[in-house]
Write a protein that binds this ligand. Structure first.
Ligand code: IMP
Ligand code: MG
Length: 484
């Protein structure tokens, strides 16, 4: 008879061997999950990865759990055993009724009663969770807890190494001659967990990544038909896009496939009326993107834009947070917002809509000259006096700081009660004149950006995201008579 200590020892030994066996990440995690479940006498186990924004958990590998349980829907990191990301082991003894379980009804139907979870923490940053499951009422002894924690440490090593392997692959793909800047762009900030079933899915995911649209791969299976008590037909859409609350099933133009998939989608809509699902070809998807304001119709990426720096959603979130901060700081006061045309148009319009104190809005227009003499010339001044008013100067981007510096002294001469600056973007790398910024949306790297009001030679202002212009276009910027 083996003691529990003996089983734990053998378990850890097996995990070490699996970790070093060179299997794919998925298979490694599946094998580790199996080993852990056996060593702890559990019905199931799974290794979960947290995404970079710490919003969703994705399954890397699992053992002993039904497909329905594994794909029961997006796992929200804030709703599914949130304490388990913080530090210690979290134990749930009655999953179907426990508030901390996100999909209680699935736990019930799949007979999951007991769950224990522990974080996976390489270094000091939590990147995932290890969970074990049982159908029976039970507890975890101290020795079992120690085993689970030790297993999580080994998983941390496995995931960290997988990240390095992916990085190495990417470098190789980029070619030996890849420049340092190119390398820093592809350096993984996080592990990519997904093994796609088809090349078109990988392509689609790439496109979503380019536009910084969040996605989850096959997070939910929908039972469509039953046969007695069993499920006879199930449908797992390819992607879920949380920002659009939309499931996407990709398809090719092949008519036979479309008919078959259409039938499934129709069924799903009938049985799950609250679910938003789209059957899309790549072309359809491009059209849809353009409807949401991404990219010109029919082209895969915006011509000239190398990559998206901030997505529409990220910008909107940040702008709202700035508005809240401003509303709080100016509580009980009236505020004059002064923008500089034209780059500030989008930012100003979004910012003011979320400010809760009374505001007046005014604009100035300027032209910038190269060469000696004055750098900035005011071509349109304020409509109303600002004497004794609280003034917030709103800028799209502060680069060298020359424009801001000039305008601030111009405005200060009009004796406002207070004068502060809010800039959506701050690029400190090229600063020539010191400028104090009171509110900043994002600090950006030394790259030329366009979109959300910002232009290159008058174009790109209408993009709803902020993108980095390809080097050959924006790398060398002339100051002569540029639009502002
Ligand atoms: P500064 O006087 O050098 O701080 O430049 C400020 C102005 O230059 C901004 O208000 C923008 O109109 C323009 N600008 C600077 N950097 C960029 C950029 O990356 N994209 C678009 N416009 C820019
Ligand atoms: Mg400007």
């Amino acid at each position: 008879m083996t003691t529990s200590r003996g089983r734990h020892y053998t378990g850890l030994q097996q995990i070490a061997i699996i970790a070093n066996s060179g299997l794919t990440l998925r298979r490694t995690c599946n094998a580790i999950a199996r080993t852990i479940a056996k060593a702890l006498d559990m019905n199931g186990c799974r290794v979960l990865l947290l995404d970079g924004k710490k919003e969703y958990l994705t399954t890397l590998g699992a053992y002993g759990l039904s497909d329905l349980y594994l794909r029961k829907g997006p796992l929200d990191a804030r709703k599914s055993l949130p304490e388990a990301l913080k530090g210690n082991i979290t134990v749930v003894t009655n999953a179907p009724t426990d508030e901390r379980v996100q999909h209680q009804e699935v736990a019930e139907s799949q007979n999951v009663l007991f769950i224990a979870a522990t974080p996976i923490v390489p270094g000091d940053n939590t990147i995932g969770q290890l969970r074990v499951y049982s159908k029976e009422t039970r507890t975890l002894s101290d020795a079992e807890e120690d085993f689970l924690k030790a297993s999580a440490h080994l998983c941390a090593l496995v995931l960290d190494r997988a990240k390095l392997v992916q990085f190495k692959d990417q470098i190789q793909k980029a070619g030996m001659g890849a420049r340092a800047s190119a390398l820093s762009q592809i350096a993984p900030r996080q592990l990519q967990p997904t093994e796609f079933a088809h090349e078109s899915e990988a392509e689609f995911a790439n496109l979503l990544d380019f536009y910084k649209i969040e996605w989850l791969y096959e997070p939910r299976s929908f039972p469509l038909a039953w046969n007695g008590s069993g499920i006879s037909q199930m449908f797992t859409p390819d992607f879920y896009l949380p920002e659009l609350d939309m499931y996407v099933e990709l398809t090719t133009m092949k008519q036979s496939l479309i008919t078959h998939k259409n039938r499934k989608v129709r069924r799903l809509r009938e049985q799950y009326p609250g679910i938003n699902i789209r059957l899309l070809t790549k072309n359809d998807f491009m059209k849809l993107l353009s409807k949401y304001g991404y990219g010109p119709l029919g082209e895969s990426k915006v011509e000239g834009v190398g990559r998206v720096l901030y997505s529409q959603t990220q910008i909107q979130r940040r702008v709202r947070a700035l508005s809240r901060k401003i509303s709080h700081d100016y509580a009980g006061e009236k505020l004059v917002l002064i923008g500089v045309l034209k780059g500030v148009l989008c930012f100003m319009s979004d910012l003011m809509q979320h400010i809760s104190v009374p505001v007046n809005v005014d604009y100035m227009d300027i032209s910038q000259y190269s060469g000696a003499g004055e750098v900035v010339k005011i071509t349109r001044d304020l409509d109303s006096p600002i004497v004794g008013r609280h003034v917030l100067m709103v800028e799209d981007i502060v680069d060298t700081g020359m424009t801001l510096n000039y305008l601030m002294s111009h405005l200060a001469a009009h004796k406002p009660a207070s004068l502060r600056v809010c800039s959506l973007l701050d690029r400190p790398a090229r600063r020539l004149v010191n400028a104090k910024l009171d509110y900043v949306g994002f600090e950006i790297p030394d790259e030329f950006v366009v979109g959300y009001g910002l232009d290159y030679l008058g174009e790109y202002r209408n993009l709803p995201f902020i993108g980095i212009l390809k080097r050959e276009l924006g790398g060398r910027r002339t100051n002569a008579h540029q639009e502002s």
